[in-house]
Design a protein around this ligand. Structure first.
Ligand SMILES: [Zn+2]
Length: 118
């Protein structure tokens, strides 16, 4: 198991966006299923519930889209460093971050790569 506090920040944002999309889709399906009466007659044909669930799901997916956009823009300008443990080139946000591949904590102070100056 990987330690979650050591997850790379870009990766963590992508994970959030991914969950937002998943939850949004499930919410919209649940709203429709209630409306169509898949869960019995309880709340069947409730336009209010279906509308609100569809709206919440839609907003979640919009949030995910924006998150993916921000992640893409941020990762273009992120500093690239070579991980001392797994020797792969990874990107880091801010002064402290973790390796994308192995979770090794990195900080810019002891990395002397030329691209990493801010
Ligand atoms: Zn690594």
């Amino acid at each position: 198991m990987k330690n979650t506090d050591r997850l790379n920040k870009i990766k963590r944002m992508r994970t959030w966006a991914n969950w937002c999309i998943g939850i949004g889709i499930v919410l919209m399906y649940v709203g429709y299923a209630f409306f169509a009466g898949y869960f019995g007659s309880f709340l069947k044909g409730s336009i209010l519930l279906m509308t609100s669930l569809l709206l919440i799901g839609f907003i979640l997916m919009m949030v995910a889209t924006v998150l993916f956009m921000i992640t893409g823009m941020v990762s273009m300008s992120a500093a690239q460093v070579e991980c001392p443990t797994c020797k792969k080139v990874t990107k880091m946000l801010g002064k402290e971050d973790a390796c994308m591949f192995c979770g090794q904590p990195l900080s810019l102070a002891d990395e002397q790569t030329p691209q990493s100056n801010t």
